[in-house]
Design a protein. Structure first.
Lengths: 297, 297, 297, 297
């Protein structure tokens, strides 16, 4: 049994030092330190392929660059359509805004502002989205699966966002529920106006399962659970489970959803190895992930 | 301002009476009563089409019949692939089990038991799933969209579960992330063995948006948020927003995800009407939903 | 392993029947049923003394009568000064109110309304409190410990609230942090104006520990944790732990506070018996407690 | 409206820089940055008196030195008896331990280990506590109020913990529910063996209210809510409300308890100034508080 050591906060302290001090603590701080150590280990383990799953409105909150940093360490990226839509919106030149003081949703609606907790977005962003899809439709319409479509969008859009990074570096990006997003609405808009595109709903499964199947070791990084976590988890069954795992979520386990389930539950399913190194961090990911990432840079 | 009335619990009390007493209370109890009253109103409003969105492992917890009761009052049902897989598993004759005492996930894995919080499932259920898809492949492989595939599965499976109910009554059932589920794995298994099926990832959007577009009034019932909630919400933008809404979730709003976002946030997006009747119930849905439903039966 | 049985909700169902159906479920519903069964057992076990601990603003929410029902089954009642102050306020003829629609706290302050989540109280209630303490000071000032003071307040106040019930039935009522409440402020007001009273901060410990020490079996009912739970828990160490326990809380265990700690943690301390019957219900107590209580009436 | 800026995590980054980057973000990260800025302002505002309230098992988690750092910036410190008992235990030479892997509470009980989430303490610590109180009883027994008793304990105990710091620097330390703690049990033990001490339960109220009453400006720092928060809040009514406020809690507001109530609710009561600067940080305090503190050092 290791003695708890009271954390000492010093002037001009580096994040690395702060997290190192946290390694002597219990509760959440100790888990941040453990996550830092596991992340470092999985990133430097050359046999390990990293599966990154990101749910929640991370891009609107300002986590885009952190996600890109993590993607650059990963073999596979799975996220929600919402995150990708917000990424594309920023790549096309629009922004998200911090809501400084409470304004009623009725008033926001009148001003054409969409709210995501304390972040706002102009409803007019959809205009540039529409133009982008209209302008590039000929190049997009030949795609036949979700990953191909997302890479193509990344190729065609300006800037250096998430889609662009995945496209440039050919990092597989999966998004099983892409229909459930602004990008989905753009596709629907073309279909509704008589245009044609045919994207297979199941095709991408082959690739993610193949990657899991052929890797020697696997690591997972989950922000927020949801479909991204579950899609990775089900693939890991074919890899005999993950060796490393970090999960950052504020959801509860009692209601039984995947987002709140502790990583250890995955051992019963064979999605996590019994002797793997895991940690569940109960924390807002916008706080925990930059802290953890900065500690290993 | 209405005076708080202290709830009085009586012998042999009916659920209806209990929830009626709760209408005089603050905090969660008052919200249960408000949800009961809104549900009653949307169910009896003949102009209102109800969109039911269910996330979380509701079938394994024993909520199947409650969901079917709600489906029977709804125009559209959206859920996760997990719920549908668990429904199919039960229809094929397998069961879920309550974990009475703590057993390590390592031990559960050895015994071939998969854990979902305090519910267990034999890993062997996948055998009957495999057989079902193998046996019925010729009939399934001609489907071209997710709703059609799900209705077909419902038609072919025995019992009287969720898929069967939707199929029998031709209630549209949408599941944008179906690839992310045991059913998805069954499809992948056929594809991996060289069989052919081509399911469009975006096709269903047309139907759900059309339903929203053409309805006079809309009501939403959300259990747990996730993709089901978001997929309905984005369609409601085309209906000028919902008139009625009940959301039951234990997720927090601070991390910015859709599952924890209060319904009122939807007003800013035009997904909820400014003068609509909404309530967010912060409660485990396995407690809240049966209570609310029993109160209006 | 017991099969999960899908709950069936029927017309005109009794609460008893609903909770009985919940006993076949996983997640929160199963825990409600378990709590019902444990409560029934501890109430009918003649050797068992029940310690009831109530934190949180339960009286303002409308839980007064439910608490009185539970007190009538209990040997000891521990609560916060806030609950007792709100009880006294109601006994003196004032009320709490449900906030129907959002009003800013600035506006509420101007209107002289104090907010407790969605419940309001007129700030003017303090006038009657002041008068009560002024009028009865001669009778109160001779009290020397907290229980005696609370019983005396109960004796002197009108109505049939919590304090009155405890006083009438001579049920020991403990409130270690009474200074931290409106009643505390009333005592402070007299002291500040030169009046005298001398209440011992530790005296009551003897009585609660003696009750725990001399009982054959103990049961605990905790709503919300806090000081009431902890004060009972520390006394139970002298009773070799509780045999029965129900805890209803929405707090998390990760930050390490007593309010979120599962009952099973008490086994390590010897506050809970290893073979005791316990359940932690993750639910708003205003929903869970009336439901559980109605199921055993 | 301020644009969200994507956080950039750099090599060898200082905590100060990380939190500065967070100021451009939404959700929790933005609140950490806001808390940092408010803390800096209240610490440097010479007219401001800081009231620090700490609940939860912060000392066992390794937060002792962070709390001492904050006490050194504060005018008043209010905490739970548990935190003070754990502080005294460490001052007397015992330790807390990190639980590396899951062990059943039954097994821990056999090994004489008490569990606080993932932190352990030897049950034998009570021996040194007993000896301390036995040895120093003649000096302690003359105390007549809680603050005096706590300062005296601090004076008599070795080391440089929380109690010692408050005693040395004569920083008022209040603990309304001291009876509810290991220190309380030590007092009870003496009383039970026939020794005498008479500590007034309400005396300290005068001092904290006087401090609030006479200050020009007030700032509050709340970790975890509970009695410490409420005891400060009720005193602030007499100061016309706080000008600055930081609250770190993971409790929910829906169940109506003080620990989960947002600071803004205090405006209705007159405990917070309408034009004050406040922030609620939803985060495990062992993560958030060191991060915030390091950012202003």
């Amino acid at each position: 049994m290791k003695e708890v050591k009271s954390i000492k906060v010093k002037e001009e302290m580096k994040v690395k030092e702060l997290v190192s001090e946290m390694s002597g603590m219990g509760f959440g701080a100790g888990k941040i330190a453990k996550a830092s150590s596991i992340l470092k280990e999985m990133v430097t383990d050359k046999e390990c392929k990293i599966f990154l799953g990101v749910a929640g409105a991370m891009v609107p909150a300002g986590m885009k660059q952190v996600i890109i940093d993590l993607i650059n360490k990963s073999e596979v990226f799975v996220t929600t359509g919402a995150n990708l839509t917000h990424d594309l919106i920023e790549s096309l030149g629009d922004h998200h805004y911090i809501m400084d003081k409470p304004v009623s949703d009725e008033e926001l609606n009148k001003q054409g502002l969409d709210r995501i907790y304390n972040v706002l977005m102009k409803n007019s962003v959809y205009e540039k989205l529409e133009q982008f899809f209209e302008r590039n439709w000929e190049k997009l319409k030949t795609c036949t699966n979700i990953k191909e479509l997302l890479w193509k969008i990344g190729e065609l859009c300006p800037g250096n966002g998430i889609l662009k990074t995945c496209s440039d570096k050919q990092i597989p990006i999966f998004c099983p529920a892409l229909a459930d997003s602004g990008i989905g609405l753009m596709i629907w808009g073309r279909l509704a106006s008589g245009k044609q595109i045919s994207i297979d709903a199941f095709f991408d499964m082959k690739e993610i399962i193949d990657i899991a199947w052929t890797s020697k070791k696997n690591g997972v990084i989950y922000i927020g659970g949801g479909t991204p976590k579950n899609f990775i988890q089900q693939s890991l069954q074919f890899a005999k489970g993950a060796n490393y795992g970090i999960q950052i979520t504020t959801d509860r386990q009692e209601p039984g959803g995947s987002s709140g389930a502790p990583l250890v539950e995955g051992i019963s399913w064979g999605k996590m190895k019994n002797d793997g190194k895991f940690v569940d961090v109960f924390c807002d990911a916008t706080i925990a992930m930059p802290l953890i990432l900065a500690s290993i840079k």
